[in-house]
Design a protein around this ligand. Sequence first.
Ligand code: CP
Length: 318
Amino acid sequence: MGRSDVCLRGKDLLGLQNMEPAEIELILDTAREMKTIIDRDIKKVPTLRGKAIVNLFFEPSTRTRTSFELAGKYLGADVINITTSTSSVVKGESLRDTLLTVEAMGVDIIVMRHAAEGATQFAAGIVKPLLINAGDGAHEHPTQGLLDMFTMREEKGSLQGLKVAIIGDILHSRVARSNIWGLKKMGAEVHLAGPQTLLPRDIDTLGVQVHKRIEEALEGADVVNVLRIQRERQQKGLFPSAREYARIFGVNKSRLALAKPDALLMHPGPMNRGLEIAPDIAYSEQSVIAEQVKNGLAVRMAALYLMLMGGNQVETIN
Ligand code: CP
């Protein structure tokens, strides 16, 4: 598929596994244009005026939910947040009925986060509004993968040939999967390291290099992407203690020095400082963690715009 054949209008955004490289490229190029709106004094354009977006989050979120809300609002759409703890879900309303209720209000896009893998795909099969997967279990978090790739491309010029080290809790990480699928499509080399107990069983099918020691993964890396230890999904004691994890797999100053001198330090957030990442490097010179948050807004603006308005050339949005 070439750039001239790409059109995301009317398509769901469920994951990067089945996305074409040209589609990814279109979103990243459009995000660059969207980023200029965020830097304006008046961050509001009428592009999506009259469109309605619902954020339907069954799991907590700060970055994703807020940035989707701002993305819609900056583009002129109406945006409503449904937090399940204050919705009729607590009265026992099912996912299907919740979706049908939202659909009945005539919304155009539902942005959904759910603990179950495949939940957004299930939703897309039930209701007419377009669906964006804002994280489904340990499966995918496509807009995080896109914002991570956008950040790498902005900083390094291209994704082709980059050595990207992804460190930590791969097993529970939808961020890791979206990064792996996206980065490989765009020509990057992905290296993983984490405790054996936090690696998925299908790791050998993902086309990545897996290292037993974190040092091997970090050696000469262009990007170090540190994953959050998902304490909320660790009931089985998958590593001995926090102190032990930080000692063997924590990214600190001396380990970061194994990567290239100009390597980027990334983390999707929220961070467990002192566990997977040392506090003194979290916002150091090499860190682009704050830029990732800003880029997340630009990428989500691009996704909403392309899904609702289409087009395959990057236009100046006024
Ligand atoms: N990275 C990420 O998805 O953060 P939130 O859980 O705060 O949305």
